[in-house]
Design a protein around this ligand. Sequence first.
Ligand code: PAF
Length: 292
Amino acid sequence: VQQLSTLSLWRDATRQARARGQSVGLVPTMGALHRGHEALITAARERCDEVVVTIFVNPLQFGSRDDLELYPRPLSADLALCETLGVDFVATPAVSEMWPNYPTSEVTSVVVPALSDLWEGEQRPGHFTGVASVVTKIFSVTGECTAFFGEKDFQQLAVIRRLVDDLALPVTVVGCATVRESDGLALSSRNVRLSSSGRSQALGLSRALSELATSQRRSVSEARSLMQQLLKEHDVQIGYAEVVDPLTLRAWSDEDHGDARAIIAGIVDGVRLLDNGPVTIMRAEESRAAGH
Ligand code: PAF
């Protein structure tokens, strides 16, 4: 694996790959790679000729300087894993090159309105603007490619799809299924902060989602109550548990029906956990007629 520490090396590497007729697969990360990232890299390896992983802890998407400074940076372990997984290039740009005007407020940013203000955006003002800005820059340096992101961060994926469409960037975005522990818990670097009882409570999120995905069709309000009930049974403090449009992430009402996304934020042991999954919704009248 070749480490590229400047934007010009990174830009040249992908340009030369395309010039050789090779397709480029891109996996943007902030490092501290885990099995979720491994799945993204494996998907990129399968679909593309040359794979670039980027490792950049983006200061623009952090709420506080403390979080940013405490963020783990195990670079040599990350490089070793990339080597094992057959990654061709790991781009590790410096903050001074990615955001030459940071930490002043004169940093050019990409704002995806509405989508960025909902759900997680309400909790973390500015977060999705930081993500949209860095992802746009990563796409701009990489050039034409297929980029892989996890569905675990469903709102982030929606923001990225929207900016690629709106700005007509030459990038195909691929969302990859959430990687789970064998009991269903979605993989997250935050899981290590759970106590053993918290670890069982946390299963409330994936159980609520699998119940919705596998059982009979429901109306929006029935789906919402089922999620709330299962989360309460597991003593999960609810941030939100909603049925939303998969593209705009706006909450659905009982007038809506069809394929939607169920999104959950739950707090356990003071740790904020996220999960989401597909749900097919029937109209409220149909659901009443079916005697639910
Ligand atoms: O999901 C992440 O790791 C980050 O938000 C991303 C997409 C690499 C942007 O910094």
